[in-house]
Design a protein around this ligand. Sequence first.
Ligand SMILES: Nc1ncnc2c1ncn2[C@@H]1O[C@H](COP(=O)(O)OP(=O)(O)OP(=O)(O)O)[C@@H](O)[C@H]1O
Ligand SMILES: [Mg+2]
Length: 248
Amino acid sequence: MKKIISVGRGGTGKTSFIAGLSFVLRDKSPLLIIDADPDESLSHFLGAENFKTISEVLFDIKEKKVREEVEKLTLPEKINYLIQQEAIYEGDFFDFISLGVKWSEGCYCQPNNILKGIIKRLEKNYNLVLIDSPAGLEHINRRITTDLDYLFILVDPSQKSLESIGRFKKLLQELKIKFKEIFIVANFRYPEDKLYLIEKETGLACIIKLPYDKEVEELALKGEPFYKLSKNSLFLKKIKELVENLKL
Ligand SMILES: Nc1ncnc2c1ncn2[C@@H]1O[C@H](COP(=O)(O)OP(=O)(O)OP(=O)(O)O)[C@@H](O)[C@H]1O
Ligand SMILES: [Mg+2]
């Protein structure tokens, strides 16, 4: 099983990147896609609907809003059963779960550990796990997953974008998050003539420069799923190249 995550500052294109990857990798099923961003935009990009988030399921259990026969089960049994029944969206070529709202202190007993346990159990059933994360670094503190294969950092042309990478690398070390490879992805706004600055300033290789793609922009505006992108989509073509390069 290979695990891939996209991270980066707000609006750099993390969610679009994961949606694009999932589409290009659709033949590698079983594929699990995890939305770790409470804003849940990935579900729109994937066309996933009528499911509960993991947070909602755990909240139902806490508030005893479950059927009588489920209430009789032990806590781990309840969690397993309800997640399987209500929180896994089954798409044509992927399964999808959304973690939902950020947990606050006292909200549930060790929710992050529960989440971590759930993800660990679930991911065993898949060849490939793709994770979309919220903007910034704070979520890394949730440490919902500590073993990754590919970590893609999306950057835009702002100075802050490159600056934040130093802090990010430090945090990964402090939290003992393991990964095999870490790559920079220059986003659709990043100018070609400034690509050389990336490695110079961050010490990390830029593996790909994503093109601007009008189709991607329009789908996001309408809230429509990525499978509507045409075969000629520049964005998908570029992601395909990346997938081939990395032999994903
Ligand atoms: N290759 C592209 N070409 C044109 N527009 C793009 C491209 N990639 C992303 N966008 C647009 O940029 C905006 C932000 O993209 P996206 O939601 O993927 O970013 P994000 O990093 O996930 O944002 P957030 O930090 O809010 O989660 C969207 O409107 C999207 O359509
Ligand atoms: Mg996003």
